[in-house]
Design a protein around this ligand. Sequence first.
Ligand code: GN1
Ligand code: MG
Length: 359
Amino acid sequence: MEILRKAIKAFIGDVDFKDPVTVGNGHINSTYLVKTNNNSYCLQKINTSIFRDLDGLMNNIEAVTEHIREKSIALGRNPYRSTLKFLTANTGKSYVLIDGAAYRMYHYIDDVFTIEKMEKAEHFYLSGVAFGEFARFLSDFDASVLSETIKNFHNTVSRYNDFEMAIEANASGRADQVADEIAFVRERKAFTSMFVDRLNDGSLPLRVTHNDTKLNNVLFDNKTETPVAVIDLDTVMPGSYLYDFGDAIRSGATHAAEDEQNLDLVDFDLELYKAFAKGYLEQCGKSLTEVEIELLPYASIMLTLECGIRFLTDHINGDTYFRIHRENHNLDRCRTQFKLVAEMEKNLDKMKEIINSLL
Ligand code: GN1
Ligand code: MG
């Protein structure tokens, strides 16, 4: 607690504040709510074993939030609610290092809710609007100024190689117990290069990408139930529209939680798929290239497979990356993803029809 208090003071000086309270449920950073008499903030401890380039990370986020803020102001929106607003610390930077740990602080956006499990198609449609608008707002932003803060983040070929290396090393000794899951991935090895090859040969354009378009990264207004802001901008980097579309479908086009243990409950809902795709394409469909349109129906399969591979790799590595809350948590997460992949594969033609009907 003393360290947290020290971090907070670096941002707000001598202003009185209540003890920080843990909020949020990300797998990577830790977030605390901090209240003064007049304001509420989030203090975040940044996971520096994952985000090693703090200047690159914060420069990316500041540049992108300022760009979005300008566009939002032009539309008459509240600049403190439409995207995150970071505080500058007494060091002159938007983060501080205390006892080797890094902290940052931003204005808390209140009167909002997030969605963990999809209940209403309307909410998913609106998430599509939010992420589609994010893409459109940043379509005139020069992606080359952004740092690649986590190398090869959605490079599914490199994720596949990491997976094979994890099996080889078998640090947890668990590899033998997950033979079915390993086989599931290996059967799809050829598929993993579908997007990477097209990015490498230049036929798929590089875009400013959010890279973590999980459903719970959209804040919804409590009263109007409409999107307020897209958050969790740590992984904003050069990438592909396909990543953001696919990852959103992965997390939202199902009624099951990402770590559901009863796989019978893990469904892939085409109505939800259509709802998101509609919102997304209404906002940024016109700027998609022919190749992006051709590959869009494969995006959710790729991103869901990739996420499952990452959970499985971490399970085999002994849970060193994603925070876990119970035994075999990463394996449970991996299994929901693979169940979804199998369901999506069966529905590929229907996804193609839906995309075509929306263009
Ligand atoms: C991580 O921390 P969180 O929940 O926002 C991960 C994403 C995964 C997601 C799966 C930096 O995001 O890539 O899709 O878990 N973020 C990072 O739930 O690795
Ligand atoms: Mg995240």
